[in-house]
Ligand binder design. Structure first.
Ligand SMILES: C[C@H](O)[C@H](O)[C@H]1CNC2=NC(N)=NC(=O)C2=N1
Length: 100
């Protein structure tokens, strides 16, 4: 069973994710970042790559897309909060979306 992040893991990982643009969601243990691209082609290319990662990792984002903008929310449903799966997922999104 996947565990929610310990206090130590939160201290270790959340500050760098926040520097990269992730924010804690009010009222639930989740993080969210908005990625803005040049156009829909780039936004959907990002989503396609993230979708392949999600399928392989069996870990799925909550997301919303309008044209060039993709809002990504991460939380682990199996433990109802943030886990290392979300940290790794966010880091993968950061790598792909670093020019976003
Ligand atoms: C059965 C399947 O492995 C689980 O439901 C996976 C699928 N994708 C998931 N995605 C997310 N974000 N959280 C989960 O707990 C989760 N669990």
């Amino acid at each position: 069973m996947v565990q929610t992040l310990s206090q130590e893991e939160r201290r270790a990982h959340l500050p760098s994710l926040k520097e990269a643009g992730w924010a804690e969601v009010e009222g639930r243990d989740a993080i969210k970042r908005v990625f803005t691209f040049a156009d829909f082609n780039e936004a959907f290319g990002f989503m396609a790559r993230v979708a392949l990662y999600a399928d392989k990792a069996d870990h799925h984002p909550e997301w919303f897309n309008v044209y060039s903008r993709v809002e990504v929310t991460l939380s682990t449903h199996d433990c109802q909060g943030l886990s290392m799966r979300d940290v790794q997922f966010a880091q993968f999104c950061n790598k792909l979306g670093q020019h976003a």
